[in-house]
Design a protein around this ligand. Structure first.
Ligand SMILES: C[S@@+](CC[C@H](N)C(=O)[O-])C[C@H]1O[C@@H](n2cnc3c(N)ncnc32)[C@H](O)[C@@H]1O
Length: 219
């Protein structure tokens, strides 16, 4: 990739699709890759929970194994920034570990084998706290959260699939599987509507309150 030829979305002919939290291994050539850390290949070091420089100009936003690395308040700020930066009709796609899959697969309540349960205790805790995770999403919460920002047509897709060819085959992370009826990762898309909409601040406040009460209390 020739970084010198790459132009930020701010340029009239800049790249208008942004990958958030690209990390060190998943830089995408035809996307503007941003991360809070200056990994090799990152186009812009940026905390996506802070105000973005782009207003209504992006075509697409993509984040894989990313949103679970934010506190819930940060995730809401990120989603609002993403919404404002997309042009009407622009789309977001997010892939994130499924809390349903973690609960269904990580701890066998029927097991009588203490050794197994010792191991599973660590594995379960890793899903929530490992790799810098802050918050794992269930499908209904992810759907409601994305919709409450104002996105329309909020839909889930199987890993790597999309109705929009630009958003198909995006996932790079290995290890995807379906177990006990649940995918290990939720992949959700939403579209910025063409008309003006307001965020559902009541739902967002409820989420913030529950997060404070159940997750952040005692920190
Ligand atoms: C697990 S990595 C995922 C990397 C890549 N998307 C992948 O699938 O391999 C999560 C990334 O999010 C980045 N990140 C965490 N908080 C961020 C923030 N507030 N703004 C931008 N990037 C952030 C981290 O630096 C890290 O590179």
């Amino acid at each position: 990739m020739n970084l010198l030829e790459r132009k930020s979305p701010s340029h009239i002919d800049g790249i208008k699709q942004v990958q958030v939290g690209c990390g060190p291994h998943n830089v995408l050539e035809d996307w503007w890759n941003v991360d809070i850390r200056a990994f090799k290949g990152v186009d812009e070091v940026m905390d996506v929970t802070k105000v973005w420089a782009w207003e209504g100009i992006l075509d697409y936003i993509y984040g894989e194994h990313f949103i679970e690395h934010l506190e819930l308040g940060g995730a809401i700020s990120f989603l609002k920034n993403a919404f404002n930066s997309l042009k009407p009709g622009g789309k977001i796609r997010l892939s994130t570990p499924a809390v349903e899959w973690v609960l269904a697969t990580h701890f066998d309540l029927e097991s009588k084998d203490d050794e197994v349960r010792v191991h599973q205790t660590f594995a379960t805790n890793r899903a929530f706290h490992g790799w810098g995770h802050h918050f794992l999403y269930s499908r209904p919460l992810l759907k409601s959260l994305v919709a409450s920002i104002g996105f329309e047509d909020v839909k889930f897709f199987p890993y790597g699939e999309s109705n929009d060819p630009r958003l198909a085959n995006m996932e790079r992370h290995g290890g995807f599987r379906v177990s006990k009826g649940f995918p290990s990762v939720w992949t959700v898309e939403g579209t910025r509507p063409k008309s003006n909409v307001s965020a559902d601040e009541n739902f967002l406040a409820r989420c913030q309150n529950e997060y404070l009460k159940y997750v952040a209390s005692g920190h």
